[in-house]
Design a protein around this ligand. Structure first.
Ligand SMILES: C[S@@+](CC[C@H](N)C(=O)[O-])C[C@H]1O[C@@H](n2cnc3c(N)ncnc32)[C@H](O)[C@@H]1O
Length: 270
């Protein structure tokens, strides 16, 4: 298989990655046949997977606009993925010119493509780091250059925590990040769950198993388990809800049933 110019030398292009599978669901071009094969296999069980990803992105954009409306000008997006239409810095800047954004991902393609897209932009940067090691994120030079931790930050953990297994202590990682944030900071989060999926759980499990097979398990958590990530935050109305129900721009009833597969919420630190 030929390695395109955007693919870093370090990656094994015969192994699928969740970042590139997600790029495929969203109609992007930074993916390989192995990624598309895994995505198509998962879609045999859940044909509406692209609708879930679109609902996730749409929530993310509404939440960033909400944060900007609350006066937040700094954004830390962990698990930011491969840049696509309507990225955080574009949405934030449309609302607050001069907004600063630090993207973080552990996937080399996500990092390399972010660097390419952001080259020459002084208010946005990308860090190659792992959510499971929050100190690597907090001590990174781009974060110190762009984000003043004495002022409120919007921390985005959008569609990432369901890739962190309990054994890797996702709750501890989120708490460590929260401790570094000034009062008035926001946590913007989405998470996969069997609750809300318009299919019997046994069928949805077929799609979840695809991620297990590629050694990037997708951890489905219950609403209560997801709510625990907000410990230490006050929930912004309407609380932790199925994605299309969070401050919708249009009637949630008009959404595809698959859009309701996963929870979204925003919390504020006191
Ligand atoms: C489904 S994508 C979500 C992208 C973006 N946040 C969005 O919602 O559109 C998940 C991203 O999280 C990244 N990711 C997964 N586990 C991670 C970890 N432990 N540390 C950093 N990034 C991680 C993946 O590489 C991938 O790019």
């Amino acid at each position: 298989m030929e390695r395109p110019a955007w693919a870093p030398r370090s990656i094994d292009i015969s192994v699928p990655s969740v970042s590139r599978i997600y790029d495929y669901y969203l109609g992007g071009s930074h993916n390989f046949e192995v990624d598309r094969e895994a995505a198509r296999k998962a879609m045999e069980f859940m044909p509406g997977l692209p609708k879930i990803m679109q609902a996730n992105r749409a929530f993310m954009r509404r939440a960033v606009r909400f944060a900007a409306g609350e006066g937040i000008t700094q954004f830390l997006d962990v698990g930011s993925g491969i840049p696509t239409f309507g990225n955080v810095h574009e949405v934030a800047r449309a609302a607050v010119p001069g907004a600063r954004v630090v993207y973080v991902d552990h996937d080399p393609v996500a990092v390399a493509h972010s660097q390419a897209v952001l080259a020459g932009d002084d208010d946005v940067d990308v860090v190659a780091a792992d959510l499971r090691k929050p100190q690597d994120i907090l001590s990174s030079p781009p974060l110190h250059r762009l984000i003043d931790l004495n002022r409120p930050v919007a921390l985005l953990l959008v569609a990432i925590l369901h890739f962190v297994e309990d054994a890797d202590d996702p709750y501890g990682a989120v708490a460590e990040l929260r401790e570094a944030l000034a009062p008035g900071s926001l946590l913007i989060l989405t998470h996969a769950s069997y609750e809300g999926i318009p299919l019997p759980a046994e069928r949805a499990r077929g799609a979840v198993d695809v991620y297990k097979d590629i050694r990037n398990p997708l951890i489905m958590r219950t609403r209560d388990e997801i709510a625990r990530f907000f410990e230490g935050y006050d929930m912004v109305e309407p609380g932790l809800v199925l994605m299309p129900r969070w401050r919708p721009d249009s009637a949630p009833e008009d959404e595809d049933p698959y859009a309701f597969s996963g929870f979204a919420g925003v919390g504020r630190t006191a």
